[in-house]
Design a protein. Structure first.
Length: 81
């Protein structure tokens, strides 16, 4: 489900300007350590910096877009994001 969600979001907002690599941690367990993955599914955004990690089913498009720095964070009445 997370894979389908991120593919749909990426196509809607990035229209082919992204590269998505799926890593099977059963086949490549060393990648979990190298990429500091402790929960699956995890989406790791490497570029542009800063590096970001998002976990879960990625069902909230708004949260994914914020995590990918594709939309500005909303400012609350108190001024905190």
């Amino acid at each position: 489900m997370a894979l389908a969600n991120i593919k749909a979001i990426a196509e809607r907002h990035l229209q082919g300007r992204y590269r998505l690599a799926v890593v099977d941690l059963f086949q490549q367990p060393e990648r979990a350590h190298a990429d500091q993955i402790i929960v699956v599914p995890t989406l790791v955004k490497q570029l542009p910096l800063p590096l970001r990690r998002m976990v879960g089913g990625l069902t909230s498009e708004e949260r994914v877009l914020i995590g990918l720095d594709l939309v500005p964070k909303r400012v609350t009445k108190a001024g905190a994001a």
